[in-house]
Design a protein around this ligand. Structure first.
Ligand SMILES: *Cc1c(COP(=O)(O)O)cnc(C)c1O
Length: 339
């Protein structure tokens, strides 16, 4: 294997040795199989290709000082994967099968788990899609479940330095009774116009607003939003955002640290009252935000004027990452060690 520069890895695709596959056919899941190919034979009329019957997950494996590899709250990902499948009428992957596939994918690619202290981790991408042929609009009869992995560095090139984002008002990533709460590719297809638009304008991610009135903050690209003021961690409550497991964990950690928490609608204008704001997710971890530009309204909200993350974001980041890498006691039983 070529020598990897662990401390300078981008967040991007990289081929690793094996991926794990399993198919649902004739009413049951088959055996897990390891493949060294990056390609899949796919029917030209599969429902995944035509009707977007596809869902995915994103999680990470972390190497501790003890060289043991850890998963973080895998059961939450398994649950959400089932919820996404149910939401677009796909066959659900049983929790045990989900865990087995992940453990196998991590173990068979053990040399790609970044060493402790490099800030990198092994990104795990479980994928599920309808793979049988249909032409009329219907759910598939066969499903393919794949898990592949790759070592990654920070999602935003700024790492834990403040990133800049911009509000999108001329497209929505989700609809009120649509699939915003599911982790499905269709939401990302809908978000591409906004994402590319803000990236061309020099911002790292789009901020989407509620899709009814476009008054409240929904979420940021592939991450949830939070704001902090008066020792309170505030994150949006909305029927069209993806429930982030990272966000849910930060809420618990904030409460442990004596920080108040609120989940409620957040008006865009409330941005001017926050002391710290950030994005959170498996990929983003906790990424401080230095600027939110409301391009169409010509209004700019600035944070981190000294160029650094705020003290509460920093404390939450250190606590979360400390638990994930095994440096801080796992009081909530979130970590699973892969033996
Ligand atoms: C995956 C994802 C997140 C982050 O969720 P985590 O469970 O924290 O990784 C947030 N928003 C969207 C749209 C996502 O797809």
């Amino acid at each position: 294997m070529q020598q990897l520069d662990w401390s300078n890895l981008p967040f991007g695709y990289m081929k690793t040795k094996y991926n794990i596959r399993c198919t649902y056919k004739d009413g049951k899941w088959g055996e897990l199989e390891a493949s060294d190919s990056e390609y899949i034979p796919l029917h030209i009329s599969s429902t995944a290709l035509h009707y977007g019957q596809q869902a995915f997950e994103g999680m990470k494996a972390y190497k501790g000082k003890d060289n043991k590899v850890r998963l973080f709250r895998w059961e939450e990902n398994a649950k959400r994967f089932q919820n996404s499948a149910e939401g677009i009428l796909m066959e659900k992957v049983p929790k045990e099968l989900f865990l087995q596939a992940i453990v196998k994918a991590v173990k068979m690619n053990a040399e790609f788990v970044p060493p402790h202290g490099t800030g990198a981790s092994l990104y795990i991408r479980p994928l599920l899609f309808g793979s049988s042929a249909e032409m009329g609009v219907k759910a598939a009869k066969e499903y393919t479940f794949i898990v592949f992995v790759m070592p990654v560095g920070p999602y935003f090139k700024e790492g834990f330095n403040p990133t800049k984002i911009a509000i999108v008002r001329d497209s929505d990533r989700a609809a009120p009774l649509g699939t915003g709460t599911l982790k499905v590719g269709g939401n990302y297809a809908a978000s591409l116009r906004g994402t590319v638009k803000v990236q061309k304008a020099g911002y790292s991610s789009p901020m989407y607003l509620d899709c009814v009135e476009r008054k409240y903050i929904d979420e940021i690209g592939a991450a949830n939003f939070f704001g902090i003021k008066n020792n309170t961690y505030i994150t949006p409550k909305s029927p069209s955002i993806l429930g982030s497991i990272t966000n849910k964990s930060i809420i618990t950690l904030a409460e442990d640290l004596g920080i108040k928490t609120e989940r409620r609608p957040i008006l865009v204008e409330e941005l001017s009252t926050f002391e710290e704001v950030g994005a959170c997710g498996t990929a983003a971890v906790i990424s401080p935000i230095g600027e939110v530009n409301d391009l169409e309204k010509g209004k700019v909200y600035k944070f981190c004027r000294d160029g650094k993350a705020g003290p509460i974001s920093k404390k939450l980041y250190e606590t979360l990452v400390g638990i994930q890498y095994g440096d801080i006691e796992d009081k909530h039983g979130w970590v699973t060690i892969i033996d």
